[in-house]
Design a binder for this molecule. Structure first.
Ligand code: C2E
Ligand code: CA
Ligand code: CA
Length: 823
């Protein structure tokens, strides 16, 4: 054996007696030196070994690659640790753990030892292991094959050494073999995030094991799943890392649930915190565990003040505790609740809220509940307001027709059920409301309506109701009265309160109201019929008298007949003028001082084929309502003027006689009235001075420019204008100065009316003095007796008309009168 270089002397001495086999090799891997243990272990003679080629000497077919690898590494200067097989002198394979190093180069080149190897014989241990494995193999293998967890063995560098079917399944491979062959680099091929492998290694290095290492990985088909790995280092007999062994579970489902939960929790937290609705969380015992800002704002409590308290004692009104208990019971059963109710503000103020309640379930168990409150005050108010608007009159705030009809309907139904239940209905209408509205303006009209509604309300009891049906119509429902006297009492009270004038700005207005009453309500089956009859009675009340401030009429059967008759009249009236059923009667007008005839008032009569003579009061209002007054009025004007021409032609001293014709406001509104009047006069060769047109006061009060214009034109034509029924209108007399009026005709109520004679005398006196001041003529109508005439003489009234001189008479009798009276 060659003399070893000096610097290796110590090494040889050290290894000469080592129990582990040791060899030194030159750069060509030829054995330079080996120790005794080497010769013994492998059975070589020292001569056989010396200078031999290492691979040729010890290589065996199973490990030829290992030897190549060992030599390659040593050449590269890397240390080697490997378990492999070497051949003994007898050709037997020997299991060895092999460790090698490249030695530092010496100055002298050539035959220097370059590599050293220690090859420990582990055959005995291997055999023991094999025996052991053979023994336990079955159970182990079974476990390995059938485990639900994936089991692997990898090299630290990242190759699979072994994998069980479960792992192949988890990673999406058809077999463990496929899996093992597929991977050459776990870091880049398996992990979605490549750095996971470094982290894995890091932990392995530090702790030798890894627990519940969770990562996202690619399956074979590219799908990404979550896995959890447990792994540990497996070391060889020399304590070096042999491989990593470990298990894999697919935790994708759990991860998804977790992230779903997390998302939900995040969402809930966000909702909870930012919800404008008040949310309270309550535990199973009813104690508040949390409230949000919305809750603090809605109920005025801070978080600290309420947490730990019972929700029921904080926000639930005492009287609703039972309801709250019901909520709680339902929620405890797993139901949810939804309700609109009342909760209390800290101040004690009641808040209308909508409540949503849900149980909180975790793992199928109810662990608490929560309520969501929304303030519905505004919605409630809006709904209330809408309901109010739908059923109330905006001007007076009274119930409207719809609500009144509903109440009336209920009263009808109640009367059917309860024998002693009685009710009555009033319908009230202001007689000249339109005049107030037109002359004083809508604001004054509105004020008057409000005033009237207040006064009516002051007369009724709390069980009764007043409604405004529309326009100037009001209705009263009197419920549960005992005796008729009660109803009469209320009617009387209404009469009383309506008498006082209404102050509208600087005007004082005395209204006149007509009231229709339905008493025998038990005969009715529906509300409409009652209101219809109250309406009929009211119209009848209107027809009577003129000066009383309030007139009543209780509905009776006759009225019903009359109402149906009205319809009949309307129908018949349409043809009456054309069928020649109309006739004119004439009532003389005389001078007051010597009762000389000055003219006639033409008054229309209807000679109805079935009903006989129908008075104008019966059909004029209907004619006015239906517009039939236009052809009728035209006929009256034509016929009266024709009569006047006839008298002029046939009788003497008729040149000064005048003809008074009543003109309704509808006629005045006709644009062609002036030309029509002119035509009539011309056709009958009459001078305009002999025609007097009588118009009621309301015509002048209405601020209708066209009517005023028409009056002016008529006046220009030379026709005279008379204010009929003077004194029954409103206090404003300004129009007398502005309108082209010639004569005032004092209403017969002041002349022949019965009540308050002294007062009437005064009124007549003032009217006459007013007329004098304005330079107008005055006629008194309705003069029935000497006394009345005497008064007129005393007061120097100009003309008079009345039954005392003559009733209205037909044209034949009128002719006689002319002959007799005109001298
Ligand atoms: P008016 O214009 O005030 O007519 C006077 C009414 O008083 C007439 O009733 C007449 O018969 C009645 N009368 C006359 N003297 C007396 C008396 O001494 N005592 C009483 N208590 N009454 C007396 P008539 O004819 O029934 O007419 C009623 C109303 O019908 C008239 O009231 C007038 O407004 C209307 N009218 C009558 N004819 C016509 C017409 O041709 N056209 C229009 N538009 N209306 C008419
Ligand atoms: Ca008249
Ligand atoms: Ca009159």
């Amino acid at each position: 054996m060659n003399t070893p270089p000096k610097h290796l002397e110590d090494c040889r001495t050290f290894f000469a007696d080592s129990i582990d086999p040791f060899i030194l090799m030159d750069q060509d891997f030829q054995v330079i030196w080996c120790n005794r243990a080497f010769l013994n272990t492998f059975g070589f003679a020292a001569e056989a070994a010396d200078g031999a080629d290492f691979a040729g000497l010890m290589g065996c077919p199973d490990s030829i690659f290992d030897l190549t690898e060992i030599m390659r590494r040593l050449q590269l200067g890397e240390p080697v640790r490997m378990r492999t097989l070497l051949r003994s002198a007898t050709g037997e394979p020997v299991h060895v753990d092999c460790g090698g190093h490249a030695l530092p180069r010496s100055a002298s080149a050539g035959n220097d030892p370059r590599y050293m190897l220690i090859v420990r014989d582990i055959s005995a241990m291997s055999m023991a292991m094999e025996a052991l494995e053979a023994n336990g193999n079955n159970t182990y293998r079974k476990l390995f094959e059938n485990a639900v967890e994936g089991i692997f063995r990898t090299t630290p560098e990242g190759r699979y050494l072994d994998a069980n079917p479960a792992l192949a399944r988890i990673y999406g491979y058809s077999s463990p073999q496929e899996l093992i062959q597929h991977f050459s680099n776990i870091a880049s091929q398996l992990y979605v995030d490549e750095s996971r492998r470094d982290q894995f290694q890091e932990i392995m290095r530090k702790h030798g094991e890894v627990w519940e290492f969770e990562s996202r990985i690619y399956r074979k088909n590219g799908e990404i799943i979550w896995i959890s790995e447990n792994s540990w280092i497996v070391r060889n007999s020399m304590g070096d890392i042999d491989c990593y062994e470990g298990t894999v579970t697919n935790i994708t489902r759990r991860k998804e649930t977790e992230s779903e939960l997390e998302l939900q929790r995040a969402r809930f937290t966000k909702l909870f915190e930012n919800s404008p609705q008040a949310i309270v969380l309550i535990d199973t015992k009813g104690f508040i565990t949390d409230v949000n800002r919305g809750f603090e704002e809605l109920f005025g409590y801070s978080h600290q003040e309420v947490v730990g308290k019972r929700n029921r004692e904080v926000v639930v009104p005492k009287e609703l505790r039972f309801e709250a208990e019901q909520f709680y019971q339902n929620l405890s059963k797993g139901l949810h609740i939804q309700k609109e109710t009342i909760r209390l503000h800290r101040s004690g103020r009641q808040i209308p809220v909508s409540v949503l309640g849900y149980p909180i379930r975790i793992g199928g168990e109810i662990t608490g509940l929560y309520y969501i409150y929304a303030d519905i005050t505004e919605r409630r108010e809006f709904q209330d307001q809408l309901a109010h608007q739908a059923f109330h009159d905006s001007l007076t705030g009274l119930p409207n027709r719809a609500l009144f009809m509903e109440r009336l309907g209920r009263a009808v139904a109640r009367a059917k059920r309860r024998e002693n239940y009685r009710f009555a209905v009033f319908m009230l209408d202001l007689n000249r409301f339109k005049v107030v509205n037109d002359s004083l303006g809508h604001q004054a009209g509105d004020k008057l309506l409000i005033g009237v509604s207040r006064r009516i309300q002051s007369c009724i009891r709390s069980v009764d109701s007043v409604a405004r049906l529309g326009g100037d119509e009001f209705a009263v429902l009197l419920e549960e009265y005992n005796v008729l006297q009660d109803v009469a009492e209320i009617a009387k009270r209404i009469h009383e309160v309506m008498k006082a004038p209404f102050v509208l700005g600087d005007q004082k207005i005395v209204t006149q109201a007509s009231i229709g009453i339905v008493l025998k309500t038990e005969h009715y089956d529906n509300a409409e019929a009652i209101l219809r009859d109250a309406d009929i009675a009211m119209y009848r009340a209107k027809e009577r008298g003129r000066i009383h401030s309030v007139r009543f009429k209780v509905f009776n059967k006759k009225m019903h007949l009359q109402a149906t008759e009205n319809l009949q009249i309307e129908n018949d009236l349409r043809i009456a003028v054309y069928e020649g059923q109309m006739v004119l009667h004439y009532q003389p007008i005389v001078t007051v001082h010597d009762q000389a005839l000055t003219g006639f008032e033409a008054l229309v009569r209807w000679n109805h084929p079935r009903l006989g003579i129908v008075p104008p009061a019966r059909f004029i209002p209907i004619a006015e309502e239906t517009g039939l007054i236009i052809p009728l009025g035209a006929w009256v004007l034509e016929e009266s003027c024709r009569q006047m021409r006839e008298w002029r032609a046939e009788l003497e001293d008729t040149g000064q006689l005048t003809m008074s014709v009543n003109i309704s406001s509808k006629q005045l509104a006709q644009p062609d009235l002036v030309s029509f009047v002119k035509g009539v006069l011309e056709r009958n060769s009459l001078s305009p001075q002999c025609l007097k047109l009588e118009l009621t006061e309301s015509v002048f009060l209405q601020d209708a420019p066209r009517a005023t214009e028409t009056l002016r034109s008529l006046k220009e034509l030379g026709v005279q204008i008379v204010v009929d029924d003077f004194g029954t209108g409103y206090s404003s007399l300004n129009y007398l100065k502005l309108m082209p009026v010639d004569t005032l005709k004092i209403d017969r109520g002041f002349i022949s009316g019965q009540d308050n004679c002294q007062q009437n005398l005064e009124i007549v006196r003032s009217i006459i003095s007013l007329a004098r001041n304005l330079g107008l003529q005055v006629i008194a109508e309705g003069v029935e007796n000497e006394e009345q005439l005497r008064n007129l003489i005393n007061q120097q009234c100009d003309a008079a008309q009345g039954f005392m001189f003559s009733k209205p008479v037909d044209n034949y009798k009128a002719t006689q009168l002319i002959k007799k009276l005109s001298r």
